[in-house]
Design a protein around this ligand. Structure first.
Ligand code: GLN
Length: 309
């Protein structure tokens, strides 16, 4: 995968990996399911993908981890590509200021979730993609395999089963929105799709490559267009304002890039027109974002001077 073309950011990544090695206090792995709680908070990997498909990294950048909510970016893009603006009648695009699995705003806002990156919003997006394709999770997997060039990328059945066994809160969100007619499919069908979506196992290298369409203003790795330039801007904007839940303000302040985290400890980030990044370290802060992941991205934009500002 690593080629001899530009490895411009490799020295920066090496420096960041060294710094992270010396940084104590890495947060705690997610413990809502046993399969994630067992992860070592000291694991660390970081990758950069350039727009020509060159990918390189440091630490455990080839190690698959649980992508979790990072997948919400790809299902949003896949659904937006199909239905366009009609999607925004069913999900908003304002930061929630609440935890990712919160129910509280739904009642005041008639079952319309605040944004596509909290669980409620992602359930709506997956529901709509399911209606349009008949297999939302399969559609996601095919997209990730094609963009990463990794045909072995797959769901993790153990994680998906564990999500299902501990899925009461997501089930509550889905049923509540169904009561407002904002869910089309039967709730068990939707939850099965959503939990498989969350369970995708992919490496930093895979996810950095799969994100490059957002740095290419909507163009996929094979040169075809997934999103219009304007839609790619929209997705990047929602990542910046909502991608790290109730810490999105702090993430924008520190990192200054569109980013999306998952409770597996991964974070993807986009430098539009230049490259993408993915960092992984399983220890989380109390908002569900990787402690070392945010710190590493903060150092990347500080050391390189790259950001959207
Ligand atoms: N599977 C998790 C959930 O639905 C995903 C949440 C996340 O990564 N923030 O609770």
């Amino acid at each position: 995968m690593t080629t001899t073309s530009s490895l411009a950011f490799l020295p920066v990544l090496e420096r960041i990996a060294e710094e992270m090695e010396r940084t104590p206090g890495r947060g705690r792995p997610a413990d809502y399911i046993p399969a994630l709680a067992a992860r070592d908070p000291r694991s660390f990997g970081m990758a950069v993908a350039e727009l020509d498909g060159t990918v390189y990294g440091v630490g455990e950048w080839r190690q698959p981890f649980s992508a979790q909510s990072i997948t919400k970016v790809f299902t949003l893009a896949l659904d937006l590509a199909r239905e366009g603006d009609e999607l925004w009648e069913h999900v908003g695009r304002e930061p929630s200021g609440n935890p990712f699995n919160s129910l509280v705003q739904l009642e005041y806002e008639n079952g319309i979730p605040r944004n596509p990156f909290i669980n409620a919003g992602a359930l709506v997006v997956t529901d709509r993609l399911q209606t349009r394709t008949g297999d939302a999770a399969g559609e996601l997997l095919a997209f990730l395999r094609a963009e990463s060039g990794n045909p072995a990328l797959d769901f993790d059945k153990e994680i998906a089963a564990s999500e299902t066994a501990n899925g009461d809160r997501n089930a509550a969100l889905a049923h509540f929105m169904a009561s407002y007619r904002n869910i089309d499919n039967d709730v068990p069908v939707l939850l099965d799709q959503y939990f498989r979506q969350c369970s995708v196992a992919a490496s930093c290298g895979d996810l950095a490559l799969a994100t490059t369409f957002l740095a290419r203003h909507g163009i996929r790795s094979d040169g075809t267009r997934l999103l219009t330039r304007s839609q790619a801007k929209q997705v990047n904007a929602v990542m910046l304002t909502c991608g790290t839940y109730d810490a999105a303000g702090d993430f924008a302040y520190r990192v200054g890039l569109p980013g999306k985290s998952g409770v597996g400890g991964g974070i993807i980030a986009v430098v539009p027109g230049r490259c993408t990044l993915c960092v992984w370290s399983p220890g989380l802060d109390e908002r569900g974002n990787s402690v070392a992941g945010v710190a590493a991205l903060d150092r990347f934009t500080t050391l390189t001077g790259l950001s959207v500002f």
